[in-house]
Design a protein around this ligand. Structure first.
Ligand code: GTR
Length: 354
């Protein structure tokens, strides 16, 4: 039944590969296409990242965790760019897995980060506030955009999603050597526009072992072809600055895209990906998010991984599919990142990577 539904979407097929080496080449080409047509060219990596502890509390959550208020200073193209990060790291005998949260909030915990649940499950969380990187508007003259982009809005110039993704990668740089954290088990997570940014970060940087896109919708995890709610015309009209200018050419012309968003998910293979939808979030379109997981699955299967494991039907509210390499759940309610979503991420992360 799901294959029939997918046929209606007339997706460009994923390239077929038979080995991880072959996949690496194919992956790079696919990533290049996404950059050129949708998100813009990647920013230069940092030459160095230094971590300064601004304040810390060794008795966080009544003694369960170490809280940090950090400042990360990145050296990039001979210039410094710095931003704040807040973190909780549970006290455990062994290094713990961690989340990098691209966040709408400045502090930890916050309305979208149930830090105590995360800590109790044995995970650390590092969170940065997205507008500390670059403003969420068409201003490309300040913050990271001003520093690295110099106001460039040529066709393939990076949009804001690419810049938030870059910052998540810099947090990942810092985690390569952070007390109590295992850099081999780090997830990147974001909600909505920041779920799109998390997918970009996960596509660019294979050090993220799990990529979580919460209700990322249009130009995130959801298929563009046949999507209801927000489409490329709507998103590039209201938020042209999230993307490279070239993406605007696909407004109302989804069929002409050389890829669809399932291929962005596939760029996580053979690592793990997690997609979630909320039943009332029709603007994001849960069905198109779910079908994207189905369509991405062959990328994992080709590499001998389980892919997406779900029954051959559309999801019902309350369903959670966590057996495969791609996890998915559909919760009741409206657009938002809730504790309920986090409990699913924690269960998936523990099941596959703890
Ligand atoms: C909406 C936008 C979506 C989604 C959301 C959000 O206005 O249309 O693509 O990203 O914002 O980030 O909350």
């Amino acid at each position: 039944m799901l294959q029939e539904k997918l046929k209606e979407r007339t997706l460009p097929p994923l390239p077929v590969v038979s080995s991880e080496e072959e996949w690496e080449d194919v992956r790079k080409n696919l990533l290049r296409q996404f950059c050129r047509e949708e998100y813009g060219l990647p920013l230069p990596e940092a030459q160095s990242v230094t971590v300064q502890v601004i304040t810390e509390d060794t008795n966080c959550l009544a003694g369960k965790a170490h809280f940090y208020k950090l400042r990360l200073t990145t050296r990039v193209q001979g210039q410094d760019f710095s931003f704040p990060v807040e973190a909780v790291v549970p006290y455990r005998p062994e290094p713990v897995p961690a989340f990098v949260c691209i966040s709408f909030f400045e502090h930890v915990p916050n309305f979208s980060l149930p830090a105590e649940d995360v800590v109790d499950a044995g995970f650390a969380a590092f969170s940065f506030h997205y507008t500390d990187i670059t403003t969420d508007d068409g201003d490309f003259s300040t913050g990271l955009a001003g520093l690295l982009g110099k106001g460039d809005r040529s066709e393939e110039a990076p949009g804001k999603l690419m810049m938030w993704a870059w910052a998540a990668q810099r947090v990942m740089d810092a985690l390569q050597n952070f007390p109590g954290v295992d850099p081999a088990r780090v997830a990147v997570v974001g909600h909505s526009r920041l779920g799109k940014a998390a997918l970009v970060a996960g596509a660019l940087d294979t050090r993220f072992t799990l990529v979580i896109a919460n209700e990322s919708g249009c130009s995130g995890a959801a298929l563009s072809r046949g999507k209801i709610g927000e489409d490329i015309r709507a998103i590039t009209k209201t938020f042209p600055f999230w993307f490279c200018p070239a993406y605007g050419a696909y407004a109302g012309r989804e069929e002409e895209l050389p890829f669809d968003q399932h291929a962005l998910l596939a760029l996580c293979a053979p690592r793990y990906a997690y997609v979630c939808s909320a039943s009332e979030d029709l603007w994001a379109d849960p069905t198109s998010e779910f079908l994207s997981c189905v369509a991405a699955s062959p990328a994992w299967k080709a590499l001998g991984k389980p892919g997406f494991s779900a029954p051959d039907r559309l999801p019902e509210v309350g369903d959670a599919f966590g057996d495969g390499s791609i996890g998915y759940h559909l919760r009741a309610g409206a657009h938002g990142l809730l504790r309920e979503d986090w409990l699913h991420f924690l269960a998936f992360f523990r099941r596959h990577l703890a």
